[in-house]
Design a protein around this ligand. Structure first.
Ligand SMILES: *Cc1c(COP(=O)(O)O)cnc(C)c1O
Length: 467
């Protein structure tokens, strides 16, 4: 393999690297440092390094360096290894040999001279120009998410909603038609119902399992895009991503899955056939209830189309937030495995409890899409929704009797959180409106944290006992 490094590539390396090597040695240093200190399972090995170097910019004016083909190791596939190492060694931004990716707290980027600027404009010298168009810390986090999702490209945005709205505005033409599903995050529904119609964009809303309606919508309309959560909020319905993707591809419709509730630990939506996967990184991805962000991953052309509009709309994530996401992601696999286990055990315990009317969890055989979830998910996520056998007041009493979870919106962090959707998200709606949206007054959404299961179980049982 021949690598050509742009004339300014050496400038991007640490002072120490530059002191110790000639220009041609630079590539060897990059290659060696990408390989050193790693076990056989080590991620971001030479292959990633090479891929990154290639994406850093190829110049016909640059120095050609031969890399031994035998040195290319296969990419590791395991999610936990990718969570730790993905995106970390690829972009040459590490300073002073730090292990961690630095927080590049800058609004703008400088050019040494006009020749550099022209090289940048011509694409032979990669830099970032201006904070709205990119940031090295954010890019490292984007690459880590790409590694986890198995995506070519990822855009990290200031919130999940910013990622979703920018994606819809970028990919659906004026006058276009989209298909969404009944159960979904309230603000997504609001955007689809109130903003998209201003551009003449119409929507068919289907039940997540209703493939006949999807076929009908695809036959009757020029559908540009299918957008659904899987699992959905708050009833954890699952769509058959493989089947939906097959049906949509035939008609040229883009499939975007909001995988927030699943995370790439439990579900690889792109491998199942979706074109894009969106995450509210606020939830499991960042994982600590301390940062807001969103991500959208998929093929480079699609994500770049979204990024171009994002560059205009400007919903940029702050570098410090991007750092926190990258840091949080290192424990994603550990956290989600514990949350999967807590939620599945809690769901099973609740299902047989006399004071519970119904449990909604895709890992239970009673769930309408259990067979789909079992097929396409490795774990079923940390959220369990359930109905107290009682009214709004009794349900509030149960929530107020809990000692471990905080009463709060959101999900996916280390701390267990609990909410009554009627009160926290739909209180402004009349009971009739809530009923129309399927939001029941006795519904509880419990987002398991990473606490010990026995403690969560004991807490839930003591509160149920007091009803
Ligand atoms: C929270 C959430 C969103 C919105 O994400 P923000 O980061 O809060 O903007 C979108 N979809 C789902 C499924 C969510 O849970």
């Amino acid at each position: 393999m021949i690598l050509r490094f742009p004339p300014n590539f050496a400038r991007q390396l640490s002072v120490k690297s530059r002191r110790n090597c000639s220009n041609i040695g630079v590539a060897q240093v990059v290659a060696a440092s990408a390989m050193s200190g790693q076990s056989s399972g080590g991620s971001s090995s030479i292959v990633d390094g090479v891929a990154a170097a290639l994406s850093v910019g190829i110049s016909v004016n640059g120095t050609a360096v031969k890399i031994d083909k035998a040195a290319e190791k296969p990419k590791p596939k395991s999610t936990s290894t990718l969570a730790v190492h993905g995106g970390e060694r690829e972009n040459g931004t590490k300073v002073a040999d730090s292990l961690t990716t630095p927080i590049v707290q800058t609004a703008t980027y400088t050019f040494r001279n006009t020749a550099d600027l022209i090289a940048f404009q011509d694409g032979t010298y990669k830099s970032f120009e201006y904070g709205r168009y990119g940031n090295p810390t954010t890019q490292a986090t984007e690459r880590k998410i790409s590694a986890l999702e198995g995506a070519e490209e990822t855009l990290v945005s200031a919130s999940g909603m910013c990622a979703a709205t920018t994606m819809l505005l970028a990919l659906v033409p004026a006058g276009g038609h989209i298909v969404t599903t009944t159960d979904c995050y309230r603000r997504t529904r609001q955007f689809v119902q109130t903003v998209l119609p201003k551009m003449g964009i119409t929507t068919t809303v289907i039940d997540p399992a209703d493939m006949a309606s999807l076929k009908g919508a695809l036959d009757d309309n020029p559908v540009s895009l299918f957008f659904s959560e899987s699992p959905t909020n708050p009833y954890l319905r699952c769509i058959d991503i493989e089947l939906v993707s097959t049906l949509c591809r035939r008609k040229g419709a883009i499939v975007c899955i909001d995988g927030t509730f699943a995370t790439p630990v439990n579900q690889k939506a792109l491998a199942l056939g979706a074109d894009l996967v969106l995450n509210s990184a606020t939830k499991y991805i960042a994982g600590h209830n301390d940062v807001l962000a969103g991500s959208i991953s998929g093929s480079k052309p699609l994500v770049d189309t979204v990024r171009k509009l994002h560059n205009v709309l400007g919903g940029v994530v702050d570098a410090h937030a991007a750092y926190l996401i990258g840091r949080g992601l290192k424990t994603l696999d550990l956290r989600v495995r514990q949350q999967n286990s807590n939620a599945l055990r809690l769901a099973r315990a609740l299902e047989s409890h006399p004071k519970i009317a119904r449990v909604h969890y895709p890992g239970l055989e009673s769930h309408p899409e259990f067979h789909i979830a079992s097929k396409q998910m490795r774990g079923f996520g940390g959220v369990v929704s359930f109905e107290i056998d009682g009214d709004l007041a009794l349900t509030s009493k149960f929530i107020d009797g809990l000692r471990i979870p905080y009463i709060a919106p959101s999900l996916g962090g280390c701390e267990s959180l609990v909410e009554q959707p009627t009160i926290i998200s739909y209180w402004d709606q009349s009971p009739a409106e809530r009923a129309k949206m399927g939001i029941k007054d006795n519904l509880v959404r419990f987002s398991c944290g990473i606490e010990d299961y026995e403690d969560i179980y004991a807490d839930v049982m003591q509160s149920l006992a007091s009803l």
